[in-house]
Write a protein that binds this ligand. Structure first.
Ligand code: PEP
Ligand code: MN
Length: 360
């Protein structure tokens, strides 16, 4: 449930409500929005919901108490109606600008990373990506350079000024990755690794959370909820394709997820057409499509010589192809950025949001 405080509620009244919630063994999360303070009451309330709602509603300074039907609370639009904007060095994600995270699938050497970093920055990328710890399907494939790659990423940030994003695979890697990287990525294979999500919730770095291959939109939001509930509100969601019966593409990019997520949550949403399609020539059309449906940005794999890449060779763009993609992507973003505030595009608040649609 949410407790909406009156716009003239005093600090003491807000504290009184918070103490009451804490006394019930529940946690109050505060959001100061344009209409005043809303407190989300988080915890297991099952049997005492009606009674507690009644008690909180009569407390001084409380305007109303509303139940919330969805299982995600802190990540929901109802709790936090304004878009979340996540700031990292000079970059901002979710503020209406186009975020472009680009770089190699894996950091393979200092030279490979530096050449890519300078080229993607010149073409307009805003964040440098590069895998240091790689989650590979085969234990015999290249597993990443680990800490050595983290050092190159930090060096590339110094050189280019771009913040860097890289994947963290285990809770005990969170501190070392956070020491070098500006954004920590949780990959598709780890979207429901709850100890990793909790550890990500305790670190002072934004998290890029990728959708699992078999995860529903609600499961993605519940995974984000773990991170936010553990204390880290800075989560960026990433649609990177889900597994379907289709075999021509590596995954199936769920474009509807982008406007749906924007409807359900205040968190920024980017798309990754590289892992979604697995094919170089499909990256550009799907990047354009993702931005056209309102994504706050894209993540694209770029390599100076994709054919020689140690991982995901078939889907990485070379430096020229990335520059060409940027030339087409920027005007699409300029064109659509205002369309998404159109009342014909934004569904009414009462529209069915998910999970409740009949399956055919
Ligand atoms: C990646 O971005 O390097 C990656 C492994 O992606 P995903 O987790 O989406 O497969
Ligand atoms: Mn990859």
């Amino acid at each position: 449930m949410f407790v909406v405080m009156s716009s003239v509620a005093s600090e003491a009244e807000v504290l009184g409500v918070k103490s009451r919630i804490l006394a019930e063994g529940l946690t109050p999360y505060e959001h100061v929005g344009s209409n005043g303070i809303v407190l989300a009451v988080v915890g297991e309330v099952a049997g005492r919901r009606d009674q507690l709602m009644g008690q909180l509603a009569t407390m001084s300074g409380v305007e109303r108490v509303t139940p919330i039907s969805k299982p995600f609370k802190l990540t929901s639009r109802e709790f936090h109606p304004e878009d979340s904007v996540i700031r990292i060095l000079d970059a901002a994600v979710g503020d209406g600008s186009l975020t472009v995270m680009a770089g190699p699938c894996s950091v393979e050497s200092r030279d490979q990373l530096m050449e890519t970093a300078l080229a993607v920055r010149a073409a307009g990328a805003t964040v440098l990506r590069g895998g240091a710890f790689k989650p590979r399907t085969s234990p015999y494939s290249f597993q990443g350079l680990g800490v050595e790659a983290l050092r190159y990423l930090a060096e590339a940030r110094e050189e280019t000024g771009m913040p860097v994003v890289t994947e963290v695979m285990e809770p005990n890697q969170v501190d070392i990755v956070a020491e070098y990287a500006d954004i920590l990525q949780i990959g598709a294979r780890n979207m429901q690794n709850y100890s990793l999500l909790n550890a990500a919730g305790r670190v002072a770095r934004p998290i890029l959370l990728k959708r699992g291959f078999g995860a529903t939109i609600e499961e993605l939001l519940m995974a984000a909820e773990y991170i936010v509930a553990a204390g880290n509100p800075n989560v960026i969601l990433c649609e990177r394709g889900i597994r379907t019966f289709e075999t021509y593409t590596r995954n199936t990019m769920d474009l509807a997820a982008v406007p749906l997520l924007h409807h359900l949550t205040h968190l920024p949403v980017i798309v990754d057409p590289s892992h979604a399609t697995g094919k170089r020539w499909l990256v550009k059309p799907l990047a354009l499509g993702g931005v056209a449906v309102g994504a706050d940005g894209v993540m694209v794999e770029v390599h100076p010589d994709p054919d020689s890449a140690l991982s995901d060779a078939e889907q990485q763009l070379d430096l020229n192809a990335f520059a060409a993609l940027m030339r087409d992507l920027v005007p699409v973003h300029e064109h659509v950025r205002d369309l998404h505030n159109d009342p014909l595009v934004v569904p009414p608040a009462s529209a069915p949001a998910g999970g409740d649609l009949a399956r055919h």
